[in-house]
Ligand binder design. Structure first.
Ligand SMILES: [Zn+2]
Length: 485
């Protein structure tokens, strides 16, 4: 099938950077972009009028945990653990996670993908589905919903355990345990890479820097070099992990990744904010620090601002990473999973961090959400509108209550657009969202399923909280209940 889109604006790629094309035409044929320019003489199967819209490359979310993230909504907000420097990891999230039943993962996974597509995201680096749903079901959901996905199986040889009170430490399970998971992960890559007409990109997912031992990190590096696939790991994601790494190895999380060789151009680090020099850590950066190391090794950081902003934590400055030469992409991690919202927060948090209007510009964060993500997963045919690139495109209405007046559509995308303005989404040359409605799933039914599923999870919290607390104790309602008398 071929599609032609006539847009008021097209964010086109000139081979080096995004450019603003006024009154442009984008033509797709099959799963590729065939033509970008001011006019097109040939025939297409279908013309799309985007006369008050901006045509953008589909965004790339480089961090999402689709089968579990929706549990966060209406629960983790305004909560956290002071003894963990406000993080919910190791406390509330553990109880919530343990309250999920196997069927719930399916509902959440489908909802997450739906949310992402509706926000103009066409590729997600998703961590967890293959482990929670099993490979076959995960691939089936991705196939049905129509997104492009980077997927893999989790690999680790450690787990977090409390030695006393809230002292969270790594308990090692033995290298053999990790090597078994690495074997399974390799089988997944060999079986599924390129599946779903190329929509499935297989990857290796060592879980977190403090749950994957040095020898296992080295083994993952060797395997990634052999399989030539992307790798993603959680690192520099909370204060406790940063301090535990210093105590275990006398190295920061990023330095340790450098020591084991895992730090390379194929590595996407979620979340990479707890780095030497960050004000919350009081640990000085010397000799270029962690940012210098990230830049030197060409690794990518997934900046996922929402989940951390809610805790009062943040990556210190999006722009500072870019200025240090680090490739920065954007991801979601928590619900709502909305790339427009994440771009906005990335921009604003960077400005606040630097006390500067110039920091976190729309140009910077939009580039991170597209080209930055593509570089992270090693794909020069994604995140851009150019002949030969894959036909992953979003069309956003700029003549809506949110977006008028529009002079600069990129500034409006970052500062005022919402999911409701995303009118059309194309993945791999196929329409998946039209007139703002997902074509691949019954949205109303999905919404009802998510509410019902999560109500049951909240009821199960006391069975799974280490202090036997209820949902309302862990996450109090904003206002006290009132019976009306
Ligand atoms: Zn994460």
């Amino acid at each position: 099938m071929s599609i032609g889109i006539r847009g008021k604006w097209v964010i086109a790629y000139d081979g080096a950077e995004h450019r603003l094309l006024r009154d442009g035409v984008v033509v797709t044929e099959g799963n590729r972009i065939k033509h970008v320019g001011r006019s097109y003489r040939g025939d297409v199967d279908r013309w799309i009028d985007a006369s008050h819209h901006v045509v953008i490359p589909g965004m790339i979310c480089t961090h999402t945990l689709a089968s579990t993230a929706p549990k966060d909504k209406s629960f983790i907000d305004d909560t956290g653990a002071r003894h963990f420097y406000m993080s919910s990891l190791g406390e509330n999230l553990t109880a919530l996670g343990r309250s999920i039943r196997p069927d719930d993962y399916h509902v959440f996974a489908r909802y997450s993908v739906a949310e992402l597509l509706r926000s103009g995201c066409t590729t997600m680096l998703e961590i967890g589905m293959v482990s929670t749903l099993g490979a076959e079901a995960a691939v089936e959901h991705i196939g049905e919903l129509g997104i492009r996905a980077v997927e893999g199986r989790n690999i680790e040889d450690g787990r977090w355990a409390r030695s006393q009170g809230a002292n969270l430490e790594t308990e090692w399970l033995g290298l053999e345990h990790g090597m078994r998971l690495l074997d399974e992960a390799e089988r997944f890559v060999k079986k599924y890479d390129g599946a779903l007409e190329g929509r499935l990109i297989a990857a290796l997912y060592p879980s977190t820097v403090d749950k994957v031992s040095g020898p296992l990190q080295k083994a993952v590096r060797e395997k990634a070099d052999e399989l030539k696939c992307p790798v993603s790991i959680h690192a520099a994601q909370w204060v406790v992990e940063f301090q535990n790494m210093l105590r275990m190895y006398r190295r920061t999380p990023i330095e340790y990744l450098g020591d084991t060789g895992l730090l390379g151009p194929d590595l996407v680090i979620g979340h990479g904010w707890a780095v030497a020099g960050h004000p919350l850590l009081a640990y000085p950066a010397v000799g270029g620090g962690d940012l210098g190391l990230l830049a030197k090794n060409g690794a990518t950081v997934s900046h996922d601002p929402l989940v951390f902003t809610k805790r009062g934590n943040k990556m210190h400055s999006h722009s500072a990473y870019l200025a240090a030469g680090v490739n920065v992409s954007i991801g979601c991690d928590t619900s709502p999973q909305d790339m427009l919202n994440e771009m906005r927060l990335a921009s604003y948090m960077s400005k606040v961090a630097d006390w500067s209007c110039f920091s976190g510009s729309a140009r910077e964060v939009f580039t991170s959400a597209t080209l930055g993500g593509a570089r992270g997963i090693g794909r020069e045919d994604l995140g851009r509108i150019a002949p030969g690139a894959l036909a992953d495109i979003a069309v956003v209405d700029m003549e809506t209550m949110n977006n008028v007046p529009c002079r600069d559509p990129v500034k409006n995308l970052v500062n005022s657009a919402t999911r409701q303005d995303v009118e059309l989404v194309i993945v791999n040359g196929e329409l998946v969202v039209e007139e703002g409605v997902l074509l691949t799933i019954d949205e109303e039914k999905l919404v009802r399923q998510v509410q019902k599923t999560t109500e049951a999870i909240w009821d199960r919290i006391p069975e799974n909280h280490y202090l036997r607390q209820t949902s309302d104790e862990v996450s109090p309602q904003s206002f006290k209940p009132w019976n009306g008398d």
